[in-house]
Design a protein around this ligand. Sequence first.
Ligand code: GLU
Length: 480
Amino acid sequence: MVRTRFAPSPTGYMHLGNLRSALYTFLYARHNGGRFILRIEDTDQARYVEGATDVIYRTLKDIGMDWDEGPDVGGEFGPYVQSARKDMYLPYAEQLVREGKAYYCFCTKEELDERREAAAARGETFKYDKHCLNMPKEEVERRIAAGEPYVIRQNVPTEGEAGFDDVIYGHITVDCAELDDMILIKADGMPTYNFANVIDDHTMGITHVMRGNEYLASTPKYNLLYDAFGWEKPTYIHMTPIMRDAQHKLSKRDGDAYYEDFLAKGYLKEAIVNYVALLGWNPGDEREFFTMDELIAAFGVEGMSKSPAIFDVQKLTWMNAEYIRRLSPEAFTAHALPYYEKAGVAKMDLSILARILQQRTEVFTQLPDMVDFLAKLDEDYSVELFTNKKSKTNPEVSKAVLEMVIPALKALPEWTEEAVHTLLLSMAAEQGMKNGTLLWPVRIAMAGRQVTPGGAIEIAVLLGREEALRRLELGLKKLS
Ligand code: GLU
């Protein structure tokens, strides 16, 4: 049975890179009828950010990536938060010490700094020199009993190669001579991240380790630990990075690459997930739009890219616009409402607003700028706006149109789209005028600008009789 895990460190908001790791890990488990496990890796308390675990839960739930085992839902391999597992790791390290595969190290920070400086002076990079490896057992015991601080280090072979097969990157090897005897247990008794990660993956029965390629270089060391314990290794699937451009990785420092920031900027979560899914994976055909269920059905490592993906916000925006167009008008309105409120148009006819706005909205944050003229007319607009070649209008023609239209609109018994429509178009017909010649000045006077979502009739109804007439009269005054 496939068992995958998403193992975030709670160090801040959910970055799109984390989101993609979570998504691929989730999709792989679901596609293969396996289990998706959530593990919180909080061994590094110094980097812990308050509230960060809540963001992780909230984001995964919001997107519909339900986990089968995890901190809140439990499971037979719990606990699922590393800090709650802290007593599990030391016995494993001690087992390795007994077998000569790890050892106690009493070197102090000062001693290590001194040796590091000396190495630098010789132009070498320092790696731990196995100084404490061969300390006699009695001395080790005496120093521990005396309460001297110690760490436990992995005893890495000094020659030969350590390697592993990665599904994406192929066979990766490192020269053991380059590997450091990494610390497994720190002086405070806590495991290092590197050690805890291996122990957890094994004891949780993880079969497929999927994560960012920044762990590629450490994985040979992890595999030496699997070998030391005689454990079966998981399948490794390291993902290529997401880049901001050809040279730079999309980093947390880019600030704008957080999932929740995109929501706040008016992107739909379905569009974000769809876009992120395609950053480093493709279905092998031309399809671009996927629901979560379709992603589950289509996902596989064969489609995962071997080269970095470039994050293209324009492509995401295009995809978002497509998702917005596919919403029902009611769903569009539900998403748009907070922006209508901001713009002061939330009390207007919502179905007309949806009709004129939905097709042209790329991200919801554009809405206030698109509709602010409805809430408040910029009365200083120029009469030049009344000139339009195609509609055959200019200030003079416009003045005549408004003089004719205003009394007729005032006398209209009902202020509905149908009534306004019938009145204005029959007037144009009676006058032998192009519809555009009549509608242009009406729209300009009501909007104070040339580009508007919706036409004169829709705008008149959105504004209501009183405000529409007030604006038309103001327009006439400007033209007189
Ligand atoms: N906790 C690690 C991180 O957030 C994940 C490492 C892994 O998946 O093995 O980067």
